[in-house]
Ligand binder design. Structure first.
Ligand code: SF4
Length: 233
């Protein structure tokens, strides 16, 4: 993480954070990235927080973090997509998913327009009650996230293909006797459970009956390339 953040310095005039909202707040890796940035103060920073309808105070959290480092987050956008948090259910009916994809495409056009113009805007946020309640839940939960992988298990459909090992952006899986084993530095991306081609990975008891989901325009090759990059830090 620190390498990549520091590599940006010589060339970047605009820097964007594009990340999923985790437990109504910033993923730990985004915090680490922000803390290692070495940029000129005049750099234009923007953020896009992908979420399932409850961005809460995530972008405010990032804005404060940046301000503590004397940077300014010029704009921050919530983009709503189907939920991939399979422990709480599937992504919803296909019609709802397509509705969200259309809205997200429209919003991304608007965001691109803003970024090109260097707009300064208030960051998107949820209602006050959500920001207070969910920010508290986030604070209570964050330190437990690495060990939340204790609920993963693998069923008999596993054929040892290694894909879960390769797509994990946190390098949190090792293969033991051709089966995945989780190393308790989980970031709850859920890439393993969503991308297992056999649907052999489960989380707790309920995921057996839930549909797997990933964005239809993302390929396994995209995931493998991204994980290779993310595992650098
Ligand atoms: S991706 Fe699925 S089938 Fe492949 S090794 Fe992992 S659990 Fe087994």
């Amino acid at each position: 993480m620190s390498d990549l953040a520091e590599d940006l310095e010589p060339v970047a005039h605009r820097v964007g954070f594009l990340f999923p909202v985790h437990i109504w707040g910033l993923p730990a890796r985004v915090i680490r990235f922000s803390n290692h940035l070495r940029m000129k103060p005049e750099t234009y920073f923007f953020a896009i927080a992908v979420n399932a309808g409850q961005p809460a105070a995530t972008l405010l959290q990032l804005q404060k973090l940046m301000a503590n480092r004397t940077f300014s987050l010029s704009s921050g956008y919530s983009v709503i997509l189907p939920s991939n948090y399979i422990p709480w259910g599937g992504p919803g009916p296909i019609e709802s998913q397509q509705h969200l994809f259309r809205n997200a495409r429209d919003k991304m056009k608007m965001i691109a327009h803003d970024i090109l113009r260097g707009e300064q805007k208030k960051v998107d946020r949820g209602p006050l009650w959500q920001n207070i309640l969910f920010s508290w839940l986030y604070k209570m939960s964050l330190r437990h996230v690495p060990k939340m992988d204790r609920k993963f298990w693998v069923d008999d459909k596993c054929n040892g293909c290694n894909i879960c090992f390769k797509v994990c952006p946190a390098g949190n899986i090792e293969m033991k006797e051709e089966k995945p084993s989780w190393l308790h530095r989980c970031e709850q991306s859920l890439a393993c459970i969503q991308w297992c081609p056999q649907e052999a990975i489960q989380y707790g008891k309920k995921t057996v009956k839930y549909q797997r989901y990933h964005h239809p325009e993302i390929t396994l090759q995209n995931m493998l390339e991204q994980a290779g990059c993310l595992n650098r830090f």
